[in-house]
Design a protein around this ligand. Structure first.
Ligand code: IVH
Length: 758
């Protein structure tokens, strides 16, 4: 009988020597697959095959724990970023787009813009509509009409220098005639379906890897260290936007696109001008109809305000323009079997159900895991108890083990289980019981009123939460300590060396010398240990936004953290503001609980007014909320990008005794840098505190506030000794009087606009 290959021997049958060899083989295979997936844009094996290898590795490790390798794949989370391209800082940030998923959200987009600009419902407001190309964005810088630099988007602020590669793309002109002195053209690099198929055939014939889809192929081809490889790959480019400019291209979006076309760029022929949502939606339908025959992948339609002066007034939120939106096509679907449900515990203690599926291809990608969101979702209801998957009688269709389920994938989002086919339900299927106990630490897992998610109450005693918090703490947008990645913090946590973030900063004192030393640990040496201690020391001095993000507070992502940093500038100020606002947060919760009943009441004409009345009544009836608490609360929820949900999360987090103590211990080791106000060179109002009162006639409140903040001013809701300017419109009342009493400068809207040069 032929000898079995080692990979075919069952785990239980492996000898120790065979197990050692098999662990080495699996480590190599999985490392290769990781690298291909994360840095070469080409998954080499299916998700299912990958998972099977990982499971086999884990099973062998469980049988022979002493053979577990230092580079064990069970400890690997991802692969390092591709090295080799120089970094390029974009002169103007490369933004992403907000999304709309249905007609309603497109109409909301139009309404939001009108509200922001103070335009009447019937005032003309035109938009361009064009396909959203599913490729990767590229910024091309021309100086004196000559291409001098090409950079990928990267994180939006900094990308990779791929100039040599971009020069090999036929659609990218090397020289331009009659262009502004400085012109950054932005657009999408993509690969056509025909070219993608031919490339994969060629790759296969040459024993190279196949690409999963045209986007991966385009990304992999552009990011080649050898530009000659890029040259051999048929890449294309559509121009649709711009960055830095020494002179405007046109007065409208459409005009600018036409100008780019005249300069020699390919622009998408399906770009049209629409006079409002109705025409936008009609064009969306036309593009969707042609989608299959276009010959390249698109994943939606992008709408942009046509008037560039209005675009400038609308400006940007942290990472997306207010004047554009992507209307995405519905997601791709497939049916498969639900094999099991795993519960993962996240850093905020959330118990997340994950569906393990019989692998299935959805839109060209193999899917074997998908999210099931939360227990209500499994039961077929939303957080308010409404049925989200009705059967023909209107009862909710729940999801059970063994069910035939529909998997849904949209763009880059995590696939989810969307629907269930009751006709294929196994007879013995029983409703799924969501665990009430944390599978990681055994603590009770509870659902708070109004929370869709069941959470482990173990806090930092729950190893899953503690480790996830630590991993988040050292992640790229947080402390990003070189040599201290997810894998290392997990090991340090397991060995009790690091239990909370503050411990990272005492690691050297505890393990730099003495009996137990880092340099003597397996996998570490004198040099790597010294490097780690240095890298940690370097991060003691750290930007405020990073610290706020690193704390892993619910609802406080990178964008919110930076918004908070820009608003409060200093750690002490932020903490003091949140502490001061605490009594008002409690009041907010009570008021919202009271209005919940109103909200549930059947829709009626005066429901809105009743909700407002109820809310006002709860706020008014309390002598215990000091005015400074109310002011701090109003200021907090008024920060651009922050609402009551974030505010409540901050107050809760900073108010929990154990968590606060842990934060305080951390902060004691840090030198937190004061945040910079937005670039406000030459701004006459940078650093000034401004209050708008009365009605404004040339702009809305939201626009006035956003523009003042963009110029480095702090906008406040109440007048105090700290106020520098009060902009008073008609009907200004007590705030203007108070400003007069305090001798604060008062001006009208026109004077304000003149001051800021608008
Ligand atoms: S406009 C400031 N137009 O979509 C707005 N983007 O999800 C800049 N994309 O990063 C983007 N087709 O890579 C724009 N016609 C189009 C697009 C498009 C594809 C990509 C682009 C962007 C991403 C945002």
């Amino acid at each position: 009988m032929a000898e079995l290959a080692i990979g075919d021997i069952a785990v239980e049958a492996l000898t120790e020597t065979q197990a050692r060899a098999e662990l080495a083989r699996l480590a190599e295979l999985l490392a290769g697959a990781n690298l291909a997936y994360h840095t070469e844009d080409a998954p080499e094996i299916s998700d299912a095959a990958y998972d099977a290898l990982k499971r086999r590795n884990a099973a062998i490790e469980a049988r022979f724990p002493e053979l577990k390798r230092e580079d064990s794949p069970s400890e690997q989370v991802g692969a390092p970023l591709a090295e080799g391209f120089a970094k390029v800082r974009h002169a103007v940030r490369m933004m992403s787009l907000g999304n709309a998923f249905d007609a309603e959200e497109v109409r909301d987009f139009d309404a939001r813009i009108r509200r922001y600009l103070g335009l009447a419902d019937d005032a003309p407001l035109a938009f361009t509509a064009e396909p959203k190309i599913d490729g990767l964005s590229l910024s091309l810088r021309y100086e004196g009409g000559v291409l001098v630099q090409a950079a990928t988007r990267g994180d939006g602020a900094e990308g990779e220098n791929v100039t040599a590669n971009a020069r090999t793309i036929a659609d990218i002109p090397e020289r331009l005639d009659g262009a502004p002195e400085v012109l950054e053209v932005r657009g999408e690099v993509y690969m056509s379906h025909a070219d993608f198929a031919a490339l994969n055939t060629r790759q296969e014939a040459q024993g190279g890897k196949r690409f999963a889809n045209p986007r991966n192929a385009a990304a992999g081809s552009l990011r080649q260290l050898d530009a000659e490889i890029t040259r051999s790959r048929p890449l294309k480019f559509f121009a649709y936007a711009w960055g830095a400019l020494s002179a405007p291209l046109a007065e409208t979006q459409m005009g600018a696109i036409e100008r780019l076309h005249a300069l020699g760029f390919e622009t998408n022929p399906l770009t049209v001008l629409c006079d409002g949502p109705q025409e936008m939606l009609a064009h969306y339908a036309r593009i969707e109809e042609q989608r299959a025959t276009l010959g390249y992948d698109i994943d939606g339609v992008v709408y942009k305000v046509n008037d560039l002066a209005l675009q400038a007034r609308l400006g940007f939120r942290s990472t997306t323009p207010r004047w554009a939106i992507a209307h995405k096509f519905p997601a791709e679907l497939a049916w498969t079997r639900l094999e099991s449900i795993d519960i993962q515990v996240g850093r905020t203690g959330a118990l997340s159900p994950v569906a393990r599926l019989t692998p299935v291809t959805v839109g060209g990608v193999v899917v074997s895991n998908a999210t099931l969101h939360n227990e209500d979702y499994i039961a077929g209801r939303d957080a308010r108890g409404e049925v989200i998957r009705p059967d023909p009688e209107g009862h909710p269709k729940d999801i059970r083990l063994g069910d035939w389920v529909q998997v849904y994938r949209a763009g880059d989002v995590i696939p989810k289980v969307a629907d269930v086919d009751l006709s294929k339900r196994p007879e013995d299927a029983r409703p799924y019981t969501f665990p009430a106990i944390c599978p990681e630490c055994g603590s009770e897992a509870i659902r708070e009123e109004g929370d869709a998610v069941r959470r482990c109450t173990g806090g930092l005693i729950c190893p899953a939460q503690a480790v996830e918090k630590l991993k988040h703490f050292v992640s790229r947008a947080a402390f990003d300590i070189e040599g201290l990645g997810a894998k290392q913090v997990e090991q340090f946590y397991r060995d009790g060396w690091i239990k909370e973030p503050a411990d990272i900063f005492t690691l050297k004192a505890r393990y730099g010398s003495g009996m137990q030393q880092l340099k003597n640990r397996e996998g570490w040496g004198e040099k790597s240990a010294a490097n780690l201690f240095d890298a940690i020391d370097e991060r003691r001095r750290i930007a405020l936004g990073r610290v706020i993000f690193a704390l892993g507070i619910r609802h406080v992502g990178e964008v919110v953290a930076n918004d908070l940093a820009r608003h409060y500038l200093r750690w002490d100020t932020l903490i003091a503001a949140v502490d001061t606002a605490r009594p008002a947060a409690a009041r907010h919760r009570r008021a919202e609980a009271a209005v919940e009943a109103e909200r549930k009441a059947a829709a009626s004409e005066d429901r809105r007014a009743r909700i407002k009345e109820t809310r006002d009544a709860v706020w008014a009836d309390d002598p215990q909320v000091p005015p400074e608490a109310r002011a701090a609360w109003d200021d907090l929820v008024g920060v651009d990008g922050i609402g009551t949900t974030v505010a409540v999360a901050l107050v809760t987090s900073f108010g929990q005794e154990a968590e606060r103590a842990s934060i305080d211990r951390l902060v004691a080791h840090l030198d937190i840098q004061e945040a910079e106000r937005p670039a406000t060179e030459g701004s006459p109002v940078a650093g000034k505190t401004v209050v708008f009162t009365g009605s404004l006639e040339k702009m809305t409140r939201a626009e006035a506030k956003a523009r003042a903040e963009a110029l480095g001013a702090k906008v406040s809701g109440s007048v105090s000794k700290k106020t520098d300017i009060v902009v008073a419109g008609p009907g200004a009342g007590s705030k203007e009087t108070k400003a007069r009493e305090l001798g604060v400068e008062i001006m009208d809207e026109d004077a304000w606009l003149a001051l800021i040069g608008a």
